[in-house]
Write a protein that binds this ligand. Sequence first.
Ligand code: SAM
Length: 369
Amino acid sequence: MMPSAPVSTTAHPLAADSAVPVMIRSRPEVSGAVEEMPTSGPVVDRFGRIHRDLRMSVTDRCNLRCVSCLPDEDVTFLPREQILSYEELARLARVAHSLGVTSVRVTGGEPLIRRGIVSFVEQLSAIGFEDLSLTTNGTELVRLAPALASAGLHRVNISCDSLRADRFAEIRRRGELGPVLKAMDAAEAAGMLPVKVNVVPIAGVNDDEIEDFAEFARSTGRTVRFIEFMPLDGDGLWRRDLVVPAADVLARIHERWPLVAVRPSGNDASQPAERYRFMDGEGEIGVIATVTRPFCGTCDRLRITADGFLRNCLFSHDELSVREVLRDGGADDEIALMIRKAVWAKLPGHAINDPSYLQPARTMSMIGG
Ligand code: SAM
């Protein structure tokens, strides 16, 4: 099913036979004129972008091996002692909230396979974020949706890369389509609306389903978001010609069902998805054009990895470890300072379209997509 292998492949650092261990090293000395960094007010970078969105990875583990993300076999996960406890993560979230972060998305790995996730969501909910959401592969959601909703989760994004059972299984390499479709129903029944469905179209793999997914959005009222395939996979599969540009996705759908852009408002202005509704009023889709139409200028996102590294960009090579501060009795002010430093060091944009771009050592699932 997969397209033929690239002519020349460089072994990905996380490939099973790689000598490079999965542990990522911190580079605590971030670049940037730190002396100019504001130490009060909102968290801002050197380009004036105020950061209000925190992506929290609660685990690097996943029960699936999606081709866009992880190798099929021999994945090395982080030792448990390196993973932040829920108390540590919640503390970080509280400090971030005090700095003006209004939106938190819980992710992974697969967040719903970490034990105690419902009480963690409850802890986050008590902090009072305006928006509290979670990204999941859906495998555990039928079971957990009611409890997550009661714990205060507002919304879920569910990944689903094919609507055909056989292909779905090939892409995920574990698991089945049926439970994931039921998970969407369960999320809706629990009142976590709107359900967003994440699709990563890959040329020659599932890009013939773009219209099917648009029809799915129209018939179910779920927002389908087409995410461009990013060079963050763990299998050395990524090639530029496998990326299905958002413009092509939109053109194909528009030809069949005319689309109208939804003008961003409020928090939407910094959201990665460009939103479109169908002109006849039947539903909505979105595209996340990270590769072909980067939206770094409005990026307001900061990430914490499951092992406690602050990352200011998915594609960054620099990370700042906050784990020691959390574990060595550091004060909230110190955590706040680290958050500010991580954001201050953010570059104006990711460099994935630069010929010299090197893929970071962490895959999407290790960063927290
Ligand atoms: N396990 C959860 C899930 O499946 O949604 C959360 C983590 S997963 C890394 C988050 C999202 O990243 C999923 O929608 C997945 O399809 C997407 N993703 C993974 N690898 C990707 C890649 N190389 N390019 C673009 N999106 C990717």
